[in-house]
Write a protein that binds this ligand. Structure first.
Ligand SMILES: Cc1cc2nc3c(=O)[nH]c(=O)nc-3n(C[C@H](O)[C@H](O)[C@H](O)COP(=O)(O)O)c2cc1C
Length: 367
């Protein structure tokens, strides 16, 4: 029997952000804008999730003002008058339905997605994975301009009326390419043998962003150990390494760590606290003292990379999630695919009604 879900429906507050529940819509690329500008169908898609009761919506990744910041043509821009006007309609629609929302600010680095921008892609060392050359290594000037572009995007999020901004530092994209020694082999101050050294780029992005948005606007940073290039890659192999990674980011001005896992119930360091031990978000909260968001196969049987193989996933009970929320392992929980197929997933969960699960065919449209 599924346990009571009340623990998911407690309010949450951080700085000026007030959420009616603990459920976050995970950022999910849909590649369905008009050449980078969000249009009415995109605003309606997010409005439906707000009306469906999602506490905090994180947008699909939306890219900063750099020539090769996206790897597909209909990924939304978060710069330029037309795209920002489109985003203004999105946030107005979400607020109109009683929701809260932040953009996920992104640069895809050197990753491949089957489309080529006009110029060579950029990354820390001109690599997309260990020994896998692609594009060019960024110069000092590129790095400075990129840091400024992240900060400008976050400031624009605030100016447009968004409630929060998230920096995408996960999954093997640009910021993560600086973290990972498989893609950052630089010999200058942006590289180094330790995760603390390779975190410098992200720390500078966070500092510049914090300076641009002011002290009161909530800033989320999404991180992952795994990379799309290597699911088994790990940036922090011990809690001490995790402290080296997250400590400087926390000090630089991150308010919330969004800790991406493919299965939220998998323990981060089982050798320390067992197979049922703290997950990534649990350790991040313990180490930094900051609130955290967990994610990964909530309400579904089957993890999300199967979606890209065209596979759906049936609904599954929320007991494991509720148990972890009850012990306050993390503060918020992000839900991805379940919300692609069912905009009213939150209402259905609250009502104790059966959830729909995820159908891969729903990726072809904005349900
Ligand atoms: C279609 C799709 C697009 C995604 N795009 C992004 C993205 O733009 N940014 C990001 O951080 N994660 C992205 N993800 C990962 C999700 O945010 C989430 O972490 C993952 O789907 C696991 O959650 P789930 O099991 O509830 O689906 C995407 C996932 C899917 C299925």
């Amino acid at each position: 029997m599924t346990r009571g879900t009340d623990v998911l429906f407690r309010p949450f507050q951080l700085k000026g952000l007030d959420l009616k529940n603990r459920i976050v819509m995970a950022p999910m690329t849909r590649n369905m804008t008009e050449g980078g500008t969000p249009v009415a169908r995109n605003a309606d898609y997010y409005r439906r999730r707000a009306a469906g009761g999602v506490g905090l919506i994180l947008s699909e990744g939306t890219v900063i003002d750099r020539p090769t910041s996206r790897n597909l043509p209909n990924i939304p821009l978060f710069h330029g008058e037309a795209a920002l006007a489109g985003w203004k309609s999105v946030i107005d629609a979400v607020h109109g339905a009683g929701g809260r929302m932040g953009p996920q600010i992104w640069h895809t680095g050197s990753t491949r997605a089957g489309w080529e921008p006009d110029l060579p892609v950029e990354s820390p060392s001109g690599l997309v994975g260990p020994g896998d050359a692609r594009g060019r290594a960024m110069s000092e000037e590129d790095i400075a301009d990129t840091i400024a572009a992240y900060a400008r995007a976050a400031a624009d999020a605030r100016r447009l009326g968004f409630d929060v901004a998230e920096l995408h530092g996960a999954h093997g994209y640009l910021i993560d390419q600086f973290f990972w020694d498989g893609t950052n082999v630089r010999q200058d101050r942006w590289g180094g043998a330790t995760i603390r050294e390779r975190a410098r780029f992200a720390v500078e992005v966070v500092k510049a962003t914090r300076a641009a948005i002011g002290p009161d606007f909530p800033l989320i940073l999404r991180l992952s150990q795994w990379k799309q290039q290597d699911y088994t890659a790990r940036l922090a192999r011990t809690p001490a390494e995790m402290e080296d990674w997250l400590g400087p980011l926390s000090e630089a001005g991150v308010d919330v760590f969004h800790c991406s896992q493919r299965k939220f119930w998998v323990a981060e360091f089982p050798e320390i606290d067992g197979e049922d031990g703290l997950n990534f978000a649990g350790w991040a909260k313990k180490i930094t003292g900051k609130p955290t968001i967990s994610v990964g196969s909530v309400g579904l049987d089957g993890e999300f990379f199967s979606a890209f193989r065209g596979e759906g996933a049936p609904a599954s009970p929320l007991d494991k999630l509720i148990a972890r929320m009850e012990r306050e392992e993390f503060d918020l929980i992000a839900v991805g695919r379940a919300l692609i197929s069912d905009p009213d997933w939150v209402r259905h969960v609250q009502a104790g009604a059966g959830a729909k699960g995820f159908a891969a065919a729903d990726l072809a449209e904005l349900v």
